[in-house]
Design a protein around this ligand. Structure first.
Ligand SMILES: NC(=O)c1ccc[n+]([C@@H]2O[C@H](COP(=O)([O-])OP(=O)(O)OC[C@H]3O[C@@H](n4cnc5c(N)ncnc54)[C@H](OP(=O)(O)O)[C@@H]3O)[C@@H](O)[C@H]2O)c1
Length: 332
């Protein structure tokens, strides 16, 4: 092979299997000080049918803070140290699921369901092929990492709402990650959306295309505001805050109430169907969502990007409401 190119120098180092990877471990339930940086061995085969992903970005979700604080209770089959993190964006270390080594991907770890998995607050994760989708070059890792859990929850909530032609829909928490995606998914289908904005976020929520932007406030005031437009109530409420049972009053008789509070959905009344959503992994839905993000049909907001090593500080900022609007992303 006379055309083969050879360097005139030789490699002085080799990337060895077993290199360390930075990982944020939770050593006990508590405040952000229980999040500690450690070096763990890189993940090595056999991988039990899983694929390794080098994680470039993962977002900080409310469930991470709740889990860290112990508000989710003791996680079954999950002894300390625990590694948090549902969402990730990065590159494939192994080939599989039709994806080559080095392919950019995004995905969601079904964190509660997966008892052998560490979360994405680490430089590498192992994933099942059904948890990931290819990530277009035009979408940055940080933006992509805000999409999986929140986008899938939003899409699955909209699907659960069984929207009919002409339906009116109220979205609570429309300034947030899940609520923002829900709003865009509905507006994209031409639905009449009443969306509740955080204080000073009215302009942002209007920019998502909501027909009526309602101010955040007491739930009774919100219901009264809805009824000024729709005296009998709206056909559907998608409650992403979640505000809970009081918000059912905004639904008309025989309507639908979909809540993001999967385990504690309020009881049915006045013939209203109540559905609680618990997000599920779905590679095809994820591919649909990231394509929509790349095409500008969906958008996401990033409050700040912080190195993974400073996960504790990220939790402190988010918990104190000092991070700003949008998601905080931890980068490797
Ligand atoms: N069931 C599932 O599978 C699943 C999946 C994903 C997420 N979730 C849950 O969904 C919820 C939303 O997640 P997210 O990532 O979208 O959170 P987020 O980005 O923090 O958004 C939450 C939104 O709710 C608003 N909000 C909070 N309290 C409110 C109140 N009392 N009245 C009106 N608005 C209020 C917030 O407004 P401010 O900015 O003004 O506070 C913000 O706009 C979380 O509880 C999360 O754990 C569940």
């Amino acid at each position: 092979m006379g055309h083969e190119w050879r360097p005139t120098w030789t490699w002085e180092t080799t990337l060895e299997a077993g290199d360390d990877m930075k990982t944020i471990e939770l050593s006990a339930y508590g405040d952000e000080s229980v999040l500690g940086l450690v070096e763990r061995d890189s993940l090595e085969p056999p991988l039990d049918g899983r694929l390794r992903v080098r994680v470039e970005a993962r977002d900080v979700n409310p469930v991470d803070l709740a889990t860290r604080a112990g508000a989710m209770g003791n996680i079954p089959n999950r002894p300390f140290p625990i590694v948090l993190g549902w969402d990730f964006a990065g590159t494939m270390i192994d080939a599989g699921a039709g994806l080559a080594i080095g392919q950019r991907v995004l995905g969601m770890i079904p964190w509660f369901a997966d008892d052998q998995q560490q979360g994405s607050y680490a430089e590498e994760v192992t994933v099942q092929p059904g948890w990931i989708a290819a990530l277009p070059d035009s979408v940055a890792f940080a933006a992509a990492s805000t999409m999986p859990a929140n986008g899938l929850a939003a899409l699955q909530a909209v699907e659960a709402a069984a929207i009919q032609p002409g339906d009116t829909v109220l979205v609570t928490g429309a300034s947030g990650a899940v609520g923002g995606f829900v709003t865009r998914l509905l507006v994209g289908r031409g639905k009449t959306v009443f969306a509740v904005a955080s204080n000073d976020d009215e302009h942002y929520v209007a920019s998502l295309g909501a027909g009526q932007v309602l101010k955040r406030g007491a739930v009774a005031d919100l219901v009264a505001a809805v009824k000024r437009f729709e005296p009998g109530g709206v056909d559907v409420v998608i409650d992403t805050v979640p505000l809970g049972p009081q918000a059912v009053a905004a639904v008309k008789d025989g309507g639908r109430f979909v809540t993001i509070q999967g385990q504690r959905a309020p009881g049915a009344e006045r013939g209203i169907t109540v559905t609680g959503v618990r997000v599920k992994t779905d590679a095809k839905q994820l591919a649909f969502l990231v394509e929509a993000l790349a095409a500008g049909r969906l958008s996401t907001r990033i409050a700040g990007v912080i190195p993974l090593e400073q996960a504790g500080e990220a939790h402190r900022l988010v918990g104190a409401g000092q991070a700003g609007r949008g998601k905080v992303v931890l980068t490797s």
